[in-house]
Design a protein around this ligand. Structure first.
Ligand SMILES: [Fe+2]
Length: 234
């Protein structure tokens, strides 16, 4: 499996607080059958400097994690670097916006505001698509509590939908997941793990439920689609 959404890097956002917690999260992921974790720290961008600063902080966290992982000899998944970009502006206005994509890809994990979306929110997405970026909408099912958001997002082409593994675990959120799976072209799963206690990785459990409840979609969502994204030529 590939985990397309995680807050596993130490000390950069509200995710792992230190390297020890990162390693604990990653060893748990490995045990659940995850071979690649995409590290996607929260990123708010309102100018070019904020992009460069986010990249610098992410790199420092990644290096400290890597060093400790090598010393400890623990079995952990490979890490790919990305961001969870809060899309409250048109990020293509900034010179280095392409650096916010998941490394080696033209895909960007984006978080939309938690409310009824306006045309402007959709314009920010279209602006990325016009510049050759494929947006991946983080935990898309979360926004469907707001009227018409689902219909609005279906009108945007060339996007990928990411669903959180926790949403497979309860009956009410599984209804929203079903709606996504039955209506969108490409869907991937992510843990959105933040720590080892209250928001940990549940991809392993979610995949088992998906195999039972949505057998025709499970392999694509937890495995195949993410591999295609990470392997696609830029
Ligand atoms: Fe997240």
């Amino acid at each position: 499996m590939i985990d397309m959404h995680s807050h596993v890097l130490p000390g950069v956002d509200d995710g792992a607080s230190d390297v020890e917690e990162s390693l604990s999260m990653l060893t748990d992921s490995k045990k659940q059958g995850i071979s690649i974790v995409v590290a996607t720290p929260h990123c708010v961008v309102h100018d070019d400097d904020m992009i460069l600063d986010s990249i610098k902080r992410r790199q420092e966290a990644y290096c400290s994690l890597n060093k400790k992982a090598e010393e400890s000899n623990l079995k952990i998944p490979d890490i790919k670097l990305g961001f969870e970009v809060y899309l409250d502006v048109d990020v293509t206005l900034f010179t280095d916006f392409r650096k916010l994509c998941i490394e080696g890809t033209n895909c960007m994990l984006v978080e939309l505001p938690y409310r009824i979306w306006t045309d402007m929110n959709l314009e920010f997405l279209k602006s990325l698509i016009d510049k050759g970026i494929k947006p991946i909408i983080a935990h898309v099912e979360r926004y469907f509590v707001f009227k018409h958001n689902f219909e609005k997002i279906l009108r945007v082409n060339d996007i990928v939908f990411q669903v959180n593994s926790d949403s497979f675990l309860s009956i009410s959120s599984r209804r929203r997941i079903k709606k996504v799976l039955e209506n969108v072209a490409i869907c991937v799963a992510g843990s959105d793990m933040h720590n080892t206690e209250t928001r940990k990785c549940s991809l392993g459990a979610a995949k088992k439920i998906a195999e039972e409840k949505f057998p025709e979609y499970a392999d694509a969502v937890f495995h195949r689609n993410a591999w295609k994204i990470l392997r696609a030529k830029k």
